[in-house]
Design a protein around this ligand. Structure first.
Ligand code: HEC
Length: 141
């Protein structure tokens, strides 16, 4: 009788210990899953931010960089349409052939830094190197 009671108590104790252990394991796994959810959400949040940055970049580019035609009409047309001061005329292959024979790097360098009566960047001081190049490409088309 006494042995049985002891056994019973041990049994109850074991069950109790079992329940507490299970409880803390469950609490732990719940904690883990909360963290896991945060981890799983993170990439999506980061992708969204990256996407927004990419969009902003595209918009800046669209607004910031003008076409060769735009640059030409704004800054180069004054001299390069009629050949003022001996400027090579737009679309005139004879005017451009000896210039292009130097290589595009030299031609672009002259356009950026100036060459005799050709002012640096054709007076378009705010034009980027890429925009100057686009304007040259538009003129030699
Ligand atoms: C004030 C007049 C003037 C304006 C404005 C002007 N140019 Fe010129 N450009 C010249 C003249 C003159 C030359 C010939 C220079 C020489 O060979 O002595 C020339 C030459 C060039 C050349 C040939 C360079 C070489 O290496 O032979 C390029 C390319 C050029 N211009 C690009 C441009 C671009 C692009 C613009 C506009 C952003 C522009 N120019 C605006 C007068 C002008």
């Amino acid at each position: 009788m006494k042995i049985l009671t002891v056994f019973k108590w041990k049994h109850i104790l074991a069950i109790l210990v079992g329940i507490t252990t299970a409880g803390s394991v469950m609490a732990f796994s719940q904690d883990m899953s909360r963290e896991a959810i945060a981890e799983r959400i993170k990439p999506a949040a980061q992708v969204r931010i990256a996407g927004e940055e990419a969009m902003a970049g595209k918009q800046a580019q669209a607004g910031g960089e003008r076409s060769g035609e735009q640059i030409y009409s704004q800054a180069c047309i004054a001299c390069h349409s009629t050949g003022v001061l001996g400027a090579p005329r737009k679309g005139n292959a004879d005017d451009w052939a000896p210039r292009l024979a130097q290589g595009m790097d030299i031609v672009l360098e002259h356009s950026i830094n100036g060459l005799n009566a050709m002012p640096p960047r054709g007076t378009c001081t705010k034009c980027s190197d890429e925009e100057i190049l686009a304007a040259i490409e538009f003129m030699i088309e």
